[in-house]
Each structure stands twice: as structure tokens, then as C-alpha cells.
Design a protein around this ligand. Structure first.
Ligand SMILES: Cc1ncc(COP(=O)(O)O)c(C=O)c1O
Length: 495
């Protein structure tokens, strides 16, 4: 179906006019969005280079790709300070729900009541503003995973996971105490980091997983050595995450065997740690291992993992920091798995704008100040999220994600047939897509050449390129991506 590119300004607050229910026939109605990328200088360009040097005198700046002009960036396009316009399929490490400068979000700032929310940052555990429960209900709880009615806000992804781990440990110890009160010995011993106040409890994680970089969660992160090097680590159980062969239909039996092997490891680790008294209080897992290379696992794997975790009396912590917020075509990726019961914890951040976690009621702390910090999140982010959720619903963005995801996946599959040496193991849900290249060098070369053609993408894992557009990425944006991608593939040498 031909997709028109109107590139019009609309006077409506909506980015889209008359979105069809099935979202198959969309027009470009993003306010002022360019019709395509345009690259004028090498990237980083001269202005960016100068700013990078300047920043480097103040802090270590070698990860900076370029400086961005956030006044000019719009919709799916990021504009750098040298005037290069790139179609952004990386979106600030997958954290922009509605692209750049969405008019509905700009409007939130114009309301004087909202301005006061932006400048008076409360300590939410002590002095929440009036209307805060209603804000949480209309935003975070309106899209809560099925079965969840409790939400705790935090600042970032790492600290959301840290606090979910803490809540799991407290819950586990409380179960062990069987309702007995906390003893004086526990109180004094924990002050010296020893038993019985400090517990030997553990959290099980998976090879290739990523749950953040603060010291506790870092022990459950296993994606790249650079994240962990030189940092003390907790000796906690680590099981294998499935590594499937693609295409899935061809390797159904092998992949089922892979599931069984990994689940057997989970059972073994439970037994080993629980027997030695280093009880496994929780199992943390991403629905798709993102930083670790977009590794997918089957619904059956997750269903069985939930069963084993429950059988062993531990909490299942699903880390939706990267997968949550709509990119898979559902708010929460694990909803694709049809788990028999709600997960014990679902952690979030990135596209949800605020960090935090949903948890079942039994994980509420027994005393105050146990899950606590100064800010406990940020109400202005929840105000913006409230609008984001309204726009997602109003503009039917999850259907758009599904339509754009199909376009991307079909295109990538086609490329994998025509350029099998460079595009392997295509996988994805919604627009949360990836493929492997033949080596890390080739993957990096593809990312660099895509940038020259005006596409901002990103790598993950050892060999993978991940695609992480905003929820306003439409099928015709996928066409632009695929057209540029093919031009790049034609230029990549096989060896
Ligand atoms: C799955 C997952 N969990 C946790 C984190 C950590 O989030 P943050 O960088 O906000 O601390 C990330 C970040 O990329 C992530 O992808």
C-alpha cells in the first residue's frame, strides 16, 4: 500500500489525524518532521568536535557521539549542532516514547499548575503533593501489568532494580521469621554487615543479562566486561539464558532443547544455593536480553521459569526497563508470554520516563524507610508520562508499533536472504528488532555507515545491531530506514 508523505503542519494537538483502527494506512502528520534524513558534514561535525573537546576538559567525554540541537530535533529525527538530520532508531538508548518535541508534551509545560510541579521537587516519601495518588492511578496504574495494583516510583532503571531486590530480600526474611519480631541481635549485627541482621540471600540472574551499573545490580549484569571490571561482585547464582538458532521454525526442536537445558540450570542453581543456606530470594530476568544482544526466549521458557521460581519460594522480578512502555506492541513485553500468574515484580524506566516497579501486595515493606530515598522518583516525569499514555491511547500508537514492526521485520528478513553474510538471525517483537552481523567490526562498520546515510542506530551484545525507534515511528519511516540500510549493505565488503 502506498503511504503518502504529507509532511504537513496540523493545528490539532494530535500528531496524527484520524488514525485508523488497524493503523495500516498512516500519513506523515508529525508536526514539522522532515521528509527524510540529510547529512552535510562528517559526524561528528566540526561544531560537535569542538564541544566534545570542551566537555572533555571538564569530564571524560569519549562516549559522546555528537552534540544535539534539541530545539531543532523533531519527531523521529535527531538534529545535531552541525545541522545533520538523522532518522533516530536508537532514541536516547530506547528511552524516548514520543520522539522529540512532541507538541502535547510541550503543552504540559505551559499550564501554570504544572510549572509548579516542575520547580518544587518533593521528597515523595514524606511530602507528596495533593493529587499524587490520582496521578499515579491515571498514569502508571492505568497501564499496570495485569494483576498489579501497587507501584513504587524511583529515579532510574538501576535503582528500580536495586529496590526490587531489597524488597524481595525483606519479604524472604519475613517469611523465614514466620511473623516473629526483629531481634536486637539482628539490629546490631546488620550495622557491622554480619549475620543474622545481614543475610546471605542471593538473586539469581542470567548470562548476558543487564540490570544496571550500581554496585548491587551490577552483580546480576553479565553483558560486557567493561561494565564490571575492577568492581567487587557478589557471588550469586547465574544461569544460562537460551541462545536460539534462527530461523526459529527451522530449529524448533533444538530451541526447545535449549530451553530445557537452561531451565535445568536454574533448578540446579536453586538447589546448590538453597542447600548451602545462601537462599535464592529472587530471580531477575529481562523479557528480551537487550544490552546483551537482543536474546529472545520462548513464552514456554518464561512460563516454566515462573513455575520453578515459585516452587522454590523465590520472587520473579521481570526487568522491563528496556522492553516496557510499548515498543513490543504491548505495554509490557512479558504480556506476550501469557504467564499463568502475575510476575512478583515488574521494573521499569526509560520510555516510562520515571523509574520504579510494580509489585504484588505481599512485597510491601513492613516498616517505613526500608524502601526509601530522598526523591522516590519525580512528579514532573509522572506528569509527562500521564500525557504520553494519553497520546499512546488516543493515537493508537501500539497498533502503529505493530504495523511498523512488521514492516521492519519483513524488510530485515528480506535483507538477510539477499545479504546473508551481513544480516543474520533477524529477530524482533513490535519495533524491538535486531540482527547479527558477521563480527563486531562489521556491525560497528554498519552502524557508522548508517550514520553517514543519516540513520542513528546502535549496537548491542557482541555482534548485534538493535533498532529502537520511538512509538511514533510509522511504516514509512521503516521504508526510509530499509532503503538506507540496503545502500549501506551494498557498500560493506564481505571480508
Ligand atoms: C534491562 C535494563 N535494566 C536496567 C537498566 C539500567 O537502567 P539505567 O541506565 O536507567 O540505570 C537498563 C539500561 O539500559 C536496561 O536495559
Amino acid at each position: 500500500m502506498a503511504l503518502s508523505r504529507l509532511n504537513t503542519f496540523t493545528t490539532k494537538s494530535s500528531l496524527f489525524r484520524q488514525l485508523p483502527q488497524n493503523a495500516k494506512c498512516l500519513s506523515n502528520l508529525i508536526l514539522g518532521e522532515p521528509s527524510g534524513p540529510s547529512v552535510k558534514t562528517p559526524i561528528p561535525g566540526p561544531k560537535s568536535k569542538e564541544m566534545i573537546s570542551e566537555l572533555n576538559t571538564i569530564q571524560f567525554a569519549n562516549t559522546v557521539i555528537y552534540f544535539t540541537d534539541y530545539n531543532k530535533s523533531i519527531g523521529n529525527y535527531i538534529v545535531d549542532v552541525d545541522g545533520n538530520v538523522l532518522l533516530d532508531v536508537y532514541t536516547q538508548i530506547s528511552s524516548l516514547p514520543l520522539g522529540y518535541n512532541h507538541p502535547d508534551l510541550l503543552k504540559v509545560l505551559q499550564d501554570p499548575d504544572n510549572q509548579r510541579t516542575f520547580i518544587n521537587r518533593p521528597s515523595l516519601g514524606l511530602f507528596p503533593g495533593q493529587g499524587w495518588p490520582q496521578k499515579l492511578t491515571s498514569s502508571l496504574l492505568s497501564v499496570a501489568p495485569k494483576g498489579h495494583s501497587q507501584v513504587t516510583t524511583m529515579a532510574c532503571g538501576s535503582c528500580s532494580n536495586e529496590n526490587a531486590f531489597k524488597a524481595a530480600f525483606m519479604w524472604y526474611r519475613n517469611k523465614q521469621r514466620g511473623g516473629a519480631p526483629i531481634t536486637e541481635e539482628e539490629n546490631t549485627s546488620c550495622m557491622m554487615n554480619v549475620a543474622p541482621g545481614s543475610t546471605p540471600f542471593t538473586i539469581m540472574s542470567f548470562k548476558g543479562g543487564f540490570h544496571g551499573r550500581t554496585i548491587g545490580v551490577l552483580s546480576t549484569t553479565h553483558s560486557k566486561a567493561i561494565h564490571k571490571l575492577d568492581i567487587p561482585a557478589l557471588d550469586w547464582p547465574i544461569a544460562s539464558f537460551p541462545r536460539y538458532k534462527y530461523p526459529l521454525e527451522e530449529f524448533a526442536e533444538e530451541n526447545k532443547a535449549e530451553d530445557r537445558k537452561c531451565l535445568a540450570e536454574v533448578e540446579e542453581e536453586f538447589e546448590r544455593f538453597n542447600k548451602s543456606g545462601r537462599f535464592v530470594a529472587g530471580v531477575v530476568i529481562e523479557p528480551v536480553q537487550a544490552e546483551g544482544g537482543d536474546n529472545h526466549a520462548s513464552p514456554e521458557f518464561f512460563q516454566e521459569l515462573q513455575r520453578i521460581t515459585k516452587k522454590n519460594g523465590a520472587a520473579l522480578i521481570i526487568d522491563e526497563v528496556q522492553t516496557g512502555g510499548g515498543a513490543t506492541g504491548k505495554y509490557w513485553c512479558h504480556e506476550h508470554f501469557h504467564l499463568p500468574e502475575p510476575a512478583d515484580f515488574v521494573t521499569f524506566s526509560k520510555k516510562m520516563l520515571t523509574g520504579g516497579y510494580y509489585s504484588l501486595p505481599e512485597f510491601r515493606p513492613q516498616q517505613g524507610y526500608r524502601i526509601f530515598n530522598t526523591w522516590m522518583g519525580e512528579p514532573s516525569k509522572v506528569l509527562l508520562l500521564d500525557k504520553v499514555i494519553e497520546v499512546i491511547k488516543r493515537d493508537n500508537l501500539l497498533s502503529i508499533v505493530q504495523a511498523s514492526g512488521k514492516k521492519l521485520m519483513d524488510g530485515l528478513m528480506d535483507m538477510s536472504k539477499r545479504y546473508p553474510q551481513h544480516v543474520k538471525n533477524v529477530r524482533g517483537i513490535g519495533t524491538f528488532c535486531a540482527f547479527d552481523s558477521s563480527s563486531a567490526e562489521k556491525r560497528d562498520e554498519i552502524v557508522a555507515k548508517l550514520k553517514e546515510k543519516g540513520i542513528q542506530s546502535g549496537g548491542c551484545g557482541d555482534l548485534s545491531l538493535r533498532i529502537r525507534p520511538a512509538l511514533v515511528f510509522q511504516p514509512y519511516h521503516a521504508d526510509i530506514f530499509l532503503e538506507k540500510f540496503e545502500k549501506v549493505l551494498k557498500k560493506i565488503k564481505t571480508f
